[in-house]
Design a protein around this ligand. Structure first.
Ligand code: ATP
Length: 302
């Protein structure tokens, strides 16, 4: 018998009132207990809609979603108790202190406040010095740390993070990921993450699903997604315009061009030379998740 999935999405459909296109269309996949799973997709792909349905904040038109076997509609309280959700938006009661906010959250789940765990969360997330400050006195980054602590205070076996590092500084990103990775490794906590930082997803997630226009267009182990790309990527800096017909991705001064083998690398370099393009800091690397992502998202029939 296979284990009950930590999260199961079964044929989930959702069309918002007045919308011409469905936000989610027949989305089905499972996340196993203990997985670190990344949900990726461009703006408007449906990631937040799917997470809102999972968290019981919104209803699917059809299909089912469950958390450790508990349906998020029919068995809402049991499903919600097993889930820790870090939402994208910062919403708080400004009159509570950080510590009160965390205690209050325990009350919401009908469990007594576990003071030792609250101290540990405050410590791990760098919030100890702010524990008695009112929420309204905190910076945006500090508020985001509280959101994470709030999601974890009832020790959920499954945590969902919706773009937790959008607009946060490098230090918080590192603190947050070290802590979440440790929960995943040591306690077997299942993690579902959405992010626009593909290097984060590549570093952390064992498996990745990609949504596009409300449909699941890729679902595989991160290593398989990366190794499935046989090509390499030429990266360099230049101030000049590239010759016509070179399929390059250009970001500011940095250009990236796909090459399938050494001969193609030679050809590309020859064309750049012939076009009078001076290149700096040339390197040849393997395709990264961003290349895979762009390839899948831009695939005509995906
Ligand atoms: N409350 C709503 N009412 C109407 N349409 C909505 C609502 N929420 C989302 N949508 C639409 O549903 C689609 C999916 O949006 P969703 O926010 O789920 O995407 P996303 O992948 O989370 O995007 P982002 O990366 O920008 O956060 C979009 O077309 C969006 O405009």
């Amino acid at each position: 018998m296979t284990a009950t999935p930590a999260i199961r999405f079964e044929r989930v459909h959702k069309t918002y009132r007045g919308a011409s296109q469905p936000a989610l269309s027949d989305v089905s996949f499972d996340i196993a207990p203990g997985e670190f799973f990344g949900l990726l997709g461009p703006n408007g792909a449906g990631k937040t809609s799917l997470i809102s349905i999972l968290a019981g904040l919104s209803r699917a038109d059809s299909g089912r979603v469950s958390v450790l076997g508990h349906d998020v509609v029919d068995d809402y309280a049991a499903a919600r108790a097993r889930l820790g959700v870090v939402p994208q938006e910062l919403v708080f009661d400004p009159f509570f202190s950080v510590r009160e906010t965390l205690r209050f959250q325990c009350g919401y789940f009908g469990i007594p406040a576990d003071e030792r765990w609250i101290e540990e969360l405050l410590n791990e997330l760098g919030l100890l010095s702010k524990a008695d400050a009112n929420m309204r006195q905190l910076s945006g980054g500090m508020k985001r740390r509280v959101l994470v602590a709030q999601a974890l205070v009832h020790r959920p076996p499954v945590i969902v993070l919706d773009e937790p590092t959008a607009g946060v500084d490098v230090e918080l990103r590192q603190t947050l990921w070290q802590f979440i990775a440790r929960l995943n490794r040591e306690q077997g906590t299942t993690v579902l993450l959405t992010t626009h930082y593909l290097e984060e997803a590549e570093a952390l997630c064992g498996r990745i699903g990609m949504l596009k226009g409300g449909k699941l267009v890729a679902l595989d182990r991160t290593s398989a997604l990366l190794s499935g790309r046989s090509h390499q990527v030429l990266r360099f800096k230049t101030d000049q315009a590239l010759p016509e017909g070179l399929d390059a991705r250009v970001t500011g001064r940095i250009a990236q061009i796909k090459a399938h083998d050494a001969a193609e690398v030679e050809q590309i370099l020859a064309r750049l030379r012939a076009g009078g393009v001076t290149v700096e800091d040339l390197e040849i690397g393997r395709a990264d998740l961003e290349d895979v992502f762009l390839e899948i998202i831009h695939a005509e029939h995906a």
